[in-house]
Design a protein around this ligand. Structure first.
Ligand SMILES: [Fe+2]
Ligand SMILES: [Fe+2]
Length: 297
């Protein structure tokens, strides 16, 4: 296909430094393996997008953000990132001790730059959103909504939208997801009212797809006329107790644009790291059910 071009989407790479309290050298090595896999393929991407959770403990430590950023800058391709809960904190709720906060957003912006932005490449518009600030009531949330509304004026341009958490589970606004009563749904999604508002925006533009991470699975589906793709993690699998009817594998996504169509294919990780160890220096055994560390915070 002479006129096609491509990009790669990573998500939830969860890079850490040996100073991190949940450092797992395995995750860093698996990211290296994924990069090798791209370099050895005959499909050179124009750029890389990472849809959040670049870090393990970036919401806590500036040096974690810096370590992940430095690793990503070493790649031979341009890289675009957006924040996940492990980068700026999880969904806002007073009982969530690891909730998104202004200090963490400030640290993220200091290292990675804007947490929401747009760019164009070969006639396609890419919109990267900060899904963690939905429901916070911060000025930044209002500013982002105002900015999203402004993007609607260029409705005709073929557009890809990326963010970290789910835009909806079953269909926009259809599933109650409160912190107390349905924690998994609460953890995975943006607030119901934002699901509806975002869906209205997505339907108003020439949307190719919205693609997200956070759940650590692969899925490509159309809901309510909206194409929603989920990008898997290179680090660890999603919680199998929560996940049904999705493809839970380690890997990343290869996207190619052919005329005005965005094709996606799953690239499963060809090898897993055998590195062991956890915690500062990677010196303690990996706790059982390690994925819970992400799902229970
Ligand atoms: Fe993650
Ligand atoms: Fe996440």
């Amino acid at each position: 296909m002479p006129n096609s071009w491509s990009w790669v989407q990573f998500s939830d790479i969860h890079l850490g430094s040996p100073r991190s309290f949940r450092f797992q050298p395995k995750f860093n090595e698996q990211f290296d393996f994924a990069v090798e896999q791209i370099a050895n393929s005959d499909q050179e991407p124009d750029f890389i997008i990472v849809s959040g959770d670049m870090c393990r403990d970036g919401d806590t430590h500036l040096f974690e953000l810096e370590a992940a950023y430095d690793r990503l800058q070493q790649l031979p391709w341009p890289v675009y990132c957006l924040p996940g809960n492990h980068d700026i904190g999880g969904r806002f709720h007073e009982k969530n001790h690891a909730r998104v906060n202004l200090d963490a957003i400030g640290r993220y912006r200091q290292v990675f730059g804007d947490d929401y932005y747009t760019f164009e490449h070969k006639g396609v518009r890419f919109i990267c959103l900060d899904s963690m600030i939905f429901g916070t009531g911060f000025d930044a949330e209002k500013e982002q909504w105002q900015w999203i509304d402004e993007q609607a004026k260029d409705a005709h341009i073929p557009t890809m939208v990326f963010m970290h958490t789910l835009p909806f589970t079953n269909s926009p606004g259809s599933m109650p997801c409160t912190f107390e009563e349905n924690f998994s749904a609460w953890y995975g999604n943006i607030p119901e009212e934002d699901q509806l508002r975002l869906a209205a925006f997505l339907k108003s533009i020439n949307l190719l797809a919205i693609s997200t991470g956070h759940i650590h699975v692969f899925q490509d589906r159309v809901v309510d006329g909206i194409r929603h793709v989920q990008c898997p993690s290179t680090a660890f699998l999603g919680n199998p107790e929560y996940l049904k009817e999705v493809n839970s594998v380690l890997g990343f996504l290869h996207w190619d644009m052919d005329d005005a169509h965005a094709n996606v294919s799953l690239r499963q990780l060809e090898k897993e790291s055998a590195l062991e160890g956890y915690g500062p220096g990677g010196n303690i055994p990996v706790p059982e059910r390690d994925y819970s560390a992400a799902w229970e915070r």
